[in-house]
Write a protein that binds this ligand. Sequence first.
Ligand code: PLP
Length: 411
Amino acid sequence: MMVTVNENYLLLKSSYIFSEINRRVEEFQTRNPDADIIRMGIGDVTRPLPGAVVEAFHRAVDEMAGEETFRGYGPEQGYPFLREAIAENDYASRGVDVTPDEIFISDGAKCDTGNIQEIFGLDNVVAVTDPVYPVYVESNVMAGRTGPMDESGRYEGLVYLPCTEENDFIPPLPEEKVDLIYLCYPNNPTGTALTHKQLAEWVDYARDAGGIILFDAAYEAYIQEDNIPHSIYEIEGAREVAVEFRSFSKNAGFTGTRCAFTVVPEELEVPDSEGKMHALKDLWNRRQTTKFNGVSYPVQRAAEAVYTPEGQREIRESIDYYMENAKIIRESLEKAGLRYYGGVNAPYIWIRTPEGMDSWQFFDRLLNDAEVVGTPGVGFGPSGEGYFRLTAFNSLKNTVRAMERLSELSF
Ligand code: PLP
């Protein structure tokens, strides 16, 4: 007998992109000790927690210090006060019917989007957009739903849906039969969004093909245009075919505080190998109650405060701040003669690298000539080659400075 590892993990390619970015930045900084590098590659928020959130957080911590008000383990699914606030403010207010009972509070959309695959059989065919948030791909690699990665950077057995300039970044319906489809809109990394009509095509497809859509709406709060759905459940028939992931990370600055939620509608049922139907909500509940013990009480009180009038006003202010950065970036790219996408309903701007320059060559050009760091698109999947991501998560001052430098370059 010998201990062995889960060999699926050995199929994972090391996350080369961010270590390679750091390597190149450090090397540049060593050669140019006076360089004033501005980082625009990071997908983390920069503004502090809203005051209303901090106040509620403090109050709840004080409750934990009192003998009468102390709380131990909470309900695994989350406290009713938070689930009710979400159902009311994120859904009922938009005319969408989601009950508190269908909402599962968690410590992040990363965990939830990574864990959800556990409740599906290993023989399901998985489709992802390309480029993609890597968690969807790698969690399925770890579970054993793929073969190795090929030369082109695609894992064998996964279906890649290329989203490029040629199709306006609208994922094409798969040609083969797929079972699980990960969609993220507004999208990381491309910053593009799907209209009501475009998302409805996917819901119809899933209903016809018997597939399930795993819809990541982590950037919902950045939507500015009226024809973009905030929830997949705004689409008729979605309750039978879609799970939705949301997070307090990007709307209220909870990246370091940790709170998110997943919606699994009552109607969502999937058959076993004998054709007997099972409610996904019950399976997800079973998974969570076994492997997760809930989000801390103070954090859930902090998240609840996001929905107070003061909290809403403050998060709107932060989002407007980031979207002003996005606008400055878009205008500067326009002046520099670069083609770009996104940045209207999302904090990400996806630049088409100039003719003859790949993602890394463009990275080097910006680093060397503007001392600005972004993320090479190829790091998000093979179809990201020839693209480059900038984020609006920065101070206004740094965004303006970075863009002034970029406008002086010619492409
Ligand atoms: N989903 C997408 C598409 C993201 O880009 C991110 C974070 O960058 C997450 C989920 C993670 O969210 P959380 O902080 O709630 O884990």
